[in-house]
Every structure is written in structure tokens, then in C-alpha cells.
Design a protein around this ligand. Structure first.
Ligand code: AMP
Length: 294
């Protein structure tokens, strides 16, 4: 595996790989790699001939009061994990390399980026879209892998790729969880033992929502949201940032659960903000009994 620090060197490698007919599979990350990231790398190895992982903590997607400065960084460990997983190129540019002085061009999107995470973190998705766009131009992948853990991010990246006719296929992979249900996240490292134990409340709350929709056939979004909030409120260490019940494609609030529905939430545990979500759909309408042609 080689460690690439320069944009130009990465672009040259990508050009060569494309020139020899190789399929490039790309996993963008902010490092502090865990099994969630590695599940994307494994999918990338299945679909691509050349696997590129990027580790770049993108300053443009953090607000001024957010955790950019203390975000976990351990490039040596990330590199070891990438070697073990058979990654070909680890692209880890410094912020100045990605944003040289004078940089002033950004990618923006209407609507989808101003709700949920976008409303809680103004400017976040402008930073995400800009860096993903830049990375796609540098790495030139045939396939780019994103996690369902960041459902809104995956959705807006898909939208950008479509809207701007980018030549990459976006693959979204399921959320990897600990045995107790907590979604793997680099930010889990910030949790103290009591917060870590309390953090299972996110997946428990989402599990309750899934049960209501898929087993109890509850269709009222308001009832489902109330039940999720009730589970979260029972954990004194958890402070709700938002809970929503939205259309999985438009992110518009639902009143009734009719089709594929996203239930995203953001919760603070102490100073750590965690996000998770469930994608649910109502059980298929029961088939009419055999012989009943009505
Ligand atoms: P990050 O390093 O947090 O920016 O994440 C890089 C990519 O890994 C994003 O596409 C995330 O959605 C994905 N990811 C993060 N956590 C998980 C997880 N627990 N399961 C699956 N994918 C994940």
C-alpha cells in the first residue's frame, strides 16, 4: 500500500489506473477507522480492482464551536488497518493541500441540506459536498462508498452525483453496530464509561420505532416520534437534539407512514453528539385470500 499526501500524485495514480482499464473503488473517511469504515473497504474490494481510502478531517464541514480540533487522529493506526484490508492507496492530504490559500469555490444544494443535520449544523453539508466533489475529481472512482449511518449525507451525495452528472456510482452500505446496538462511530471514543452505557438508548429508541411500524403496523408519525422521544427521555444522560420521521427520499416530514420512511435522530451524551437512524417501511398490505378476486 502506498501513502499519498499530494493531490497531484493521487490524480496521476487515478489517471494511470483508469488508463489501464482498472475499476477504482473509493472510501472517503475522516480516519480513526473502525469496523464501520472497514465494512465499506471490504465492499470496495469486492467491486473494484484498485481500492483507495482517504483520511481527511475536512475543516470546512465543522462549525466554529464543533469538535474539529479534538477529532481523533491516528494516521499510523489507520494505515495499518488499511494494509490489513488490502487497500492499494491511502490518500491523506493536509488541509492546505486540499484548500490552498485563495480557495473560494463551494458546492451548495437546495432544500435537502438545510433540514435535520443541516439545520443543527449550518454549513455542514456545504463543506461535505465540497470535499466529496473535490475528492471525486482527485480519486476519479468508478464506485464511491458511503454508510447508511450518515443517511442524510448519503442521500445528498447521491443527489449531487446525479445533478452534476458525475461519473461515479454511489454505493450505500448498512450501519455496523456493536453487539449492544450502538452504531460504530469515531466519536464514540469521546464517551466516558457511563455515557457509553447510556448510548445504547439511541438504537433502543430506533428499535422501538421499527417495532411499531413493522410489527404493530402503527402508521401515525406523531405516535412513532412520541414513542422514540419517550425512550430517549427515560435515559437521564441523553439530551435530544432532534428526532424526526421523514420521507426517505425528500426528507419531508411524514404524517402517515406509507412508504420508505427515515427516522433520524441526534442526541447529546455529555459533550458528545451522536447520530443514528432507522429506515423503516410498513408491512406489505395483506394479500386478499386465495380465490377472492375483489
Ligand atoms: P466518517 O469517517 O465518520 O466521515 O465516515 C466515513 C464513512 O464511513 C461515511 O460514509 C460513514 O457513513 C461511514 N460510516 C461511519 N460509521 C459507520 C458505521 N457504523 N457503519 C457503516 N458505515 C459507517
Amino acid at each position: 500500500m502506498d501513502l499519498v499526501r499530494r493531490v497531484q500524485a493521487m490524480q496521476e495514480m487515478a489517471r494511470q489506473a483508469r488508463g489501464t482499464g482498472k475499476k477504482i473503488a473509493f472510501v472517503p473517511t475522516m480516519g480513526a477507522l473502525h469496523d464501520g469504515h472497514l465494512s465499506l473497504v471490504r465492499r470496495a474490494r469486492e467491486l473494484g480492482d484498485v481500492v483507495v481510502v482517504s483520511v481527511f478531517i475536512n475543516p470546512k464541514q465543522f462549525g466554529p464551536a464543533e469538535d474539529f480540533a479534538r477529532y481523533p487522529r491516528d494516521l499510523a493506526r489507520d494505515a495499518d488497518l488499511c494494509i490489513q484490508e488490502g487497500v492499494d492507496h491511502l490518500f491523506a492530504p493536509e488541509p492546505d493541500e486540499m484548500y490552498p490559500p485563495g480557495h473560494r469555490t463551494f458546492v451548495d444544494m437546495e432544500g435537502l441540506t438545510t433540514v435535520l443535520e443541516g439545520s443543527a449544523r449550518p454549513g455542514h453539508f456545504r463543506g461535505v459536498l465540497t470535499v466529496v466533489m473535490k475528492l471525486l475529481h482527485v480519486v476519479k472512482p468508478h464506485f464511491a462508498f458511503f454508510g447508511q449511518k450518515d443517511a442524510q449525507q448519503a442521500l445528498i451525495v447521491r443527489r449531487m452525483v446525479k445533478d452534476l452528472n458525475l461519473d461515479a456510482e454511489v454505493v450505500v452500505a448498512p450501519t455496523v453496530r456493536h453487539e449492544d446496538g450502538l452504531a460504530l462511530s469515531s466519536r464514540n471514543a469521546f464517551l466516558g464509561p457511563a455515557e457509553r452505557a447510556a448510548a445504547t438508548v439511541l438504537s433502543r429508541a430506533l428499535g422501538r420505532a421499527r417495532q411499531m411500524v413493522e410489527r404493530e403496523d402503527v402508521r401515525s408519525a406523531r405516535a412513532i416520534e412520541a414513542a422514540v422521544r419517550e425512550v430517549l427521555a427515560a435515559e437521564p444522560r441523553a439530551r435530544i437534539d432532534y428526532v424526526a420521521v421523514v420521507d426517505a427520499e425528500t426528507l419531508e416530514p411524514r404524517e402517515e407512514i406509507t412508504g420508505e420512511t427515515l427516522i433520524p435522530l441526534a442526541v447529546f451524551l455529555g459533550g458528545t453528539r451522536l447520530i443514528d437512524n432507522a429506515l423503516v417501511r410498513p408491512p406489505a398490505a395483506p394479500r386478499p385470500p386465495a380465490g377472492d378476486k375483489a
